[in-house]
Ligand binder design. Structure first.
Ligand code: ADP
Ligand code: GLC
Length: 492
C-alpha cells in the first residue's frame, strides 16, 4: 500500500470555529472531502482568542522563533483533539498577534488591525518553517495549500527553504490583495530581491497575494469562469498581467458545498424538514410561514402565496447591493412581492437599506447582522434567491439555494455563471433550467430578470419543475476534491 499524500491547509478562517464568508466554508469542507478520498490532511490556523475559547484540549507541539516587524516572536505550535473540522487542527499561537477579541481581521471598532501585515507574515513564516522540517509534528507535508492574501507569502517563504514542500495557492477573491507599504516590507525583513515587479512589488507597494501568484507551484481559483475573467483588466484588479504570465500553472476548480450541513431534510435550524422526495412544496411553505413569523409577519395561509425574494451576503460593492437598492422600489411598487434581506458590512449600505425598509414596512424585511440560523431559514423560506454580484469568484449561496429549492437569480459572472442555468423557454422545455440569469450589471437588466421570475412564479407547473430541477443538482465536493488531488499529484 502506498502512503497517503500529506497535505497541510493554511488559512485565516475555517467554519465553524471562525468564518466571515465563503472562505471559512471551503476550508471546512474541502479538507474533509480530501480525507474521504484517502489524503492525510491537516489544517493550520492562527490561534485567535475566538478559537482558543472553543477548544477544550491543547498540547504544545513545539516552539519556533519567527521574524516579525522589527522584532522576533516566540511562537507556540499547538496540536488539538478538536473535532470541529473533522481533520486534525493545528494552531500558530503568537499571543501578541492573535490573542485579541472579535473578528480575525478587524478591531472591535471595525477598522483593520494596524498590524495585519505583521500578523499574517508571521503566520506564513511559521507555517513555512513548520512544514519544511517535520520535526515538531513528526509529520512533513508533501504539499502546503494556502488560501487568499493572508497566506500569500507562504509559497514565497517555502521557496527560501531547501527541501521544503511544494505549494498550491488558492485565490478566493482577488479584490482582497494584502497590499502594504515599502516601509512595512522593510520592517518585516522580506528579502530585498522580492522588491521587484517580477516578485511582490505592486504599483509602488507590495502585495502578499502577488507573492502567492508568483512563488506557488500551482495557482487555483474557485471557478473555471473566474479563472478566465481574472486574466482580463476588467476583473483583474491590477493582477491580470501577472496572472496571464502565470496562466500555465493556473486552474479554476469549482467549489463544492457541504451537503450534510446544507441539507433541508436534516438541518436543525429549519423548523420543518423537506426533500425532493418528501413534501418539498409543503415543507418550503411551512418554512416561509415560520420565517415571516420570526420577522414579525403573521399571515393567513392564502397570503403566503405572495412571492418572497431573499438576499444574504456581505454588504460590499462586490455583491451588487447598489443594484438591489435601485430596483427595490420598482419591485415593491409594481408587484405583489416581499423581500427579505440578511447582511452586514459597509455602513453606507446598511443605512441605505434601513431607510428603504422604513419606506416598505412589512414588505421589505431587513436584518442587519450575522446569523447562520437565519441564513438557513431564508434559503429555505424564500421563493427566489437574489445574487446580483458585480463579480463572484465562486459564490456558495446560489448553490445552497439550489439545494433548498429556491431558484437563484444571478448576474452572469464567475462561479454564478458556472452553476445556474437560465429559465429560458428552451431550457424550461428541456428540463435544465434552475434559475434566472441577467447579463449586464445594471438595474434595468436585473429588474428584467426579476420580472421574468415573478411571471414564471404564476405558472405553478413550470415553477414546481424549476424547483425540482434545482434540488436535483449535485454540487457536492467529490468531483472538485479529485481535481485538487490530481493537481497535488502533478507537483509531488
Ligand atoms: P463571500 O465569501 O464572498 O462572502 P460566498 O457566497 O462564497 O460569498 O459565501 C458567503 C457565506 O457567508 C455563505 O455561507 C453565507 O450564508 C454566509 N453569510 C454571508 N453573510 C451572512 C450573514 N449576514 N449572516 C449569515 N451568513 C452570512
Ligand atoms: C470568496 C468569494 C466567493 C467564494 C468564496 C469561497 O469570499 O467572494 O465567491 O465563494 O471566497 O471560495
Amino acid at each position: 500500500e502506498t502512503e497517503a499524500m500529506k497535505i497541510l491547509f493554511a488559512a485565516s478562517e475555517a467554519y465553524p470555529l471562525v468564518k466571515t464568508g465563503g472562505l471559512g466554508d471551503v476550508v471546512h469542507a474541502l479538507p474533509r472531502a480530501l480525507q474521504q478520498q484517502g489524503m492525510d490532511v491537516r489544517v493550520i490556523l492562527p490561534a485567535y482568542r475566538l478559537i482558543l475559547e472553543q477548544i477544550a484540549s491543547l498540547r504544545i507541539a513545539g516552539w519556533l522563533q519567527v521574524q516579525g516587524a522589527g522584532r522576533m516572536h516566540m511562537i507556540r505550535i499547538l496540536e488539538t483533539d478538536d473535532h470541529h473540522l473533522g481533520v486534525p487542527l493545528l494552531l500558530v499561537d503568537a499571543t501578541d498577534l492573535f490573542d485579541r477579541p472579535g473578528s480575525p481581521y478587524l478591531h472591535p471598532d471595525g477598522y483593520n488591525w494596524h498590524d495585519n501585515a505583521e500578523r499574517f507574515t508571521v503566520f506564513s513564516r511559521a507555517v513555512a518553517q513548520l512544514a519544511s522540517s517535520g520535526d515538531i509534528l513528526d509529520w512533513k507535508p508533501d504539499v502546503v495549500h494556502g488560501h487568499d492574501w493572508q497566506t500569500g507569502l507562504l509559497p514565497a517563504f517555502l521557496k527560501l527553504i531547501p527541501e521544503a514542500p511544494t505549494s498550491v495557492y488558492t485565490i478566493h477573491n482577488l479584490s482582497y490583495s494584502g497590499v502594504f507599504s515599502h516601509e512595512e516590507f522593510t520592517h518585516l525583513q522580506l528579502p530585498s530581491e522580492w522588491w521587484s515587479a517580477d516578485a511582490t512589488e505592486f504599483f509602488g507597494n507590495f502585495s502578499m497575494l502577488k507573492a502567492g501568484i508568483v512563488f506557488s507551484d500551482k495557482i487555483t481559483t474557485v471557478s473555471p469562469t473566474y479563472a478566465e475573467e481574472i486574466q482580463t483588466p476588467g476583473f483583474g484588479y491590477g493582477f491580470d498581467g501577472v496572472l496571464r504570465s502565470n496562466h500555465h500553472k493556473l486552474k479554476g476548480i469549482l467549489n463544492g458545498i457541504d451537503q450534510d450541513i446544507w441539507n433541508p431534510a436534516t438541518n436543525s435550524y429549519l423548523p420543518v424538514h423537506y426533500s425532493l422526495k418528501h413534501r418539498y412544496l409543503a415543507g418550503k411553505r411551512s418554512n416561509k410561514q415560520a420565517l415571516l413569523e420570526q420577522l414579525g409577519l403573521f399571515l393567513q395561509d392564502d397570503q403566503l402565496d405572495t412571492p418572497l425574494l431573499g438576499f444574504i451576503g456581505r454588504l460590499v460593492e462586490q455583491k451588487g447591493v447598489d443594484l438591489l437598492l435601485q430596483i427595490i422600489p420598482s419591485i415593491l411598487d409594481n408587484h405583489d412581492a416581499r423581500i427579505v434581506i440578511l447582511g452586514s458590512g459597509e455602513k453606507h449600505y446598511e443605512s441605505a437599506l434601513r431607510e428603504m425598509a422604513a419606506l416598505y414596512p412589512q414588505r421589505l424585511l431587513l436584518t442587519l447582522g450575522y446569523s447562520e440560523e437565519l441564513a438557513h431559514r431564508i434559503e429555505a423560506g424564500s421563493d427566489v434567491f437574489l445574487m446580483p454580484s458585480r463579480f463572484e469568484p465562486c459564490g456558495l449561496n446560489q448553490m445552497y439555494s439550489l439545494r433548498y429549492g429556491t431558484p437563484p437569480l444571478i448576474h452572469h459572472v464567475g462561479g454564478l455563471a458556472d452553476t445556474v442555468v437560465d429559465a429560458t423557454q428552451e431550457n424550461l422545455e428541456n428540463g435544465t433550467a434552475t434559475g434566472f440569469v441577467f447579463h449586464e450589471p445594471s438595474a434595468a437588466s436585473m429588474l428584467h430578470a426579476v420580472e421574468r421570475a415573478l411571471k414564471l412564479y404564476q405558472n405553478t407547473a413550470e415553477w414546481h419543475k424549476l424547483i425540482r430541477t434545482a434540488m436535483a443538482q449535485d454540487f457536492g465536493w467529490t468531483k472538485s476534491a479529485s481535481e485538487y488531488i490530481q493537481l497535488y499529484s502533478e507537483i509531488t
